[in-house]
Design a protein around this ligand. Structure first.
Ligand SMILES: *[C@@H]1O[C@H](CO)[C@@H](O)[C@H](O)[C@H]1NC(C)=O
Ligand SMILES: *[C@@H]1O[C@H](CO)[C@@H](O)[C@H](O)[C@H]1NC(C)=O
Length: 483
């Protein structure tokens, strides 16, 4: 295959770091990354020097052009009770990425309220979440590293109808921002699926309430966790935290660089990591054999065993993780098949999930199958599938899912990732916000949409990747989606 400028820049970046030896004698060979990847030998004196030496290899893959501001618009002075925030990339990536705000009230549904640009473009806006106090949003950038831009974008929503871009940040060792969990005391945990150059060895990053990086885990000083991530591909995408039980689960998806051309094929992982929250260290690796990208993991709300579900994308299956059960060899954490979603669910590129707040209903987006599946988990021994697996639903490329705070609707976005001609991931999309009705028995009825292609036609359309939903029915006690 030809050595494109893109790949050359990556290789150059990797070469710059190849002098660091791996502490593991025979790390699993990985055709697209140097042995041991970017993580240097176990830190001895001089860790800071090593980090400084690592800083330059972030590749410049796209010219770091400034963004073109969003075309002029007229904000609405409506003050709806239900508000959707959508972290969105423009069709024409020369324009700024932006956060769009819409009414989700019945009488004014789909009315544009306002938008706010970030000061960069081409980030491929990815996940979005809200801080515990309901006053800050953070959005991640999947491909921010291609322009050496910040990955985390923080917005102040103290005035929920007029969000303000506040600040941005990036980590040092890792990039490719993915899932976000709010910390009880403010701030966030955020998975970074790749190293600072997009290769194997991502990190779990931690941010304070002001949007400053606290740390990247496992820490360079954490010997046993570092050995753990060197032993098996570490591409943390999914993230769920049980703050009461002091545990974290991350799920490994794909090596980001392997999704960019030229590629020997996407390197998919079949593992999750179980962590000790207090020490930010890895307890064990949990494997789903043949999983082919474990995109999502979520603790089941209210489950007394702290069980979690995980999605195995290649298999089209949902597995259940028991973090406090032990395997025959004594290792903590088990995985069992919970439900096979059938032939249409296999190899669908992405399977993301959301739960009803009571943990009973699980919604799963099967991206390239253009389908949302629903499981009733009242009895975990006998999950009941509520959707018709063969139904043609009116969604294309559906990915992000959010159950609204009142549990009456599912906000499903018809867009996953389009890397364009530089990458292998270009899933068809309808670029719509689907506001799906949740019926009393938990199943779905498709109803209203907001078409981002026409709403933002003046910049080539809008690609909404993720939402946060606010319910301001009681203005003193705003409620948000539960994840
Ligand atoms: C759920 O309720 C709707 C509306 O009453 C009904 O049409 C549908 O068949 C029900 N679904 C299941 C799986 O029971
Ligand atoms: C769509 O939602 C509106 C508002 O809740 C409701 O009045 C209407 O019956 C729904 N339509 C369908 C086809 O479900």
């Amino acid at each position: 295959m030809p050595l494109t400028p893109l790949k050359a820049a990556f290789l150059l970046a990797l070469h710059a770091t190849s002098t660091f030896a791996s502490p593991v004698p025979n790390p699993k060979p990985n055709p697209l990354s140097i042995p041991g990847s970017l993580i240097p030998s176990i830190p001895v004196p001089g860790v800071n020097e090593i980090i400084n030496n690592l800083a330059p290899p972030i590749p410049i893959l796209r010219l770091p052009t400034p963004p073109i501001k969003s075309p002029p618009f007229t904000p609405s002075n409506l003050k709806p009770k239900k508000v959707g925030y959508f972290w969105t990339g423009p069709g024409n990536i020369q324009y700024a990425d932006f956060l769009a705000v819409y009414s989700l009230d019945d009488d004014t549904f789909g009315t544009f309220i306002t938008l706010v640009d970030v000061p960069t473009s081409g980030n491929e806006p990815h996940h979005l979440n809200v801080a515990k106090d309901g006053k800050t949003l953070v959005g991640t950038g999947l491909l921010s590293l291609l322009k050496t831009q910040d990955v985390e974008y923080f917005f102040d929503i103290s005035d929920p109808y007029n969000p303000v871009f506040r600040n941005s940040g990036r980590a040092i060792l890792s990039s490719i921002g993915d899932e976000i969990v709010a910390k009880p005391d403010g701030g966030f945990f955020i998975t970074h699926m790749g190293s600072a150059a997009g290769t194997d060895l991502g990190r779990l990053t931690e941010w304070n309430a002001q949007g400053k990086l606290i740390g990247e885990f496992p820490a360079l000083t954490d010997l046993s966790s570092t050995i753990n991530i060197l032993a098996n591909q570490f591409s943390p995408h999914g993230l769920s935290i049980d703050f009461d039980k002091n545990i974290i689960l991350t799920s490994d998806f794909v090596v980001p660089l392997s999704t960019l051309k030229p590629s020997l094929g996407i390197q998919k992982a079949d593992t999750l990591r179980l962590w000790n929250l207090a020490t930010r260290s890895i307890i064990s690796t949990i494997t789903i054999p043949g999983g082919g990208g474990i995109q999502d993991v979520k603790f089941i709300p209210g489950n007394k065993d702290s069980a979690a579900i995980a999605t195995a994308v290649e298999l089209g299956q949902v597995w259940i993780i028991y973090p406090f059960k032990h395997r025959a060899d004594g290792t903590q954490g088990t995985a069992e098949l919970l439900f096979d979603l059938g032939p249409r669910a296999k190899g669908v590129v992405a399977i993301y999930t959301d739960f009803s707040a009571n943990g009973r209903f699980l919604y799963l987006s099967l991206t390239t199958a253009n389908h949302i599946a629903v499981l009733d988990l009242k009895d975990l021994k006998k999950p009941v599938r509520l959707d018709n697996p063969n139904e043609q639903q009116p969604v294309i490329g559906v990915h992000s899912l959010r159950v609204t705070p009142d549990q009456k609707n599912l906000v499903a976005l018809g867009y996953f990732v389009q890397q364009g001609d530089i990458g292998l991931i270009n899933t068809p999309a309808d670029y719509k916000v689907h506001y799906v009705d949740i019926l009393p028995n938990g199943s779905l009825s498709f109803n209203r949409t907001i078409p981002f292609q026409t709403e933002f036609a003046n910049r080539g359309g809008g690609k909404p990747h993720f939402s946060v939903i606010a319910d301001l029915t009681d203005p003193k006690n705003p409620k948000f989606n539960s994840y």
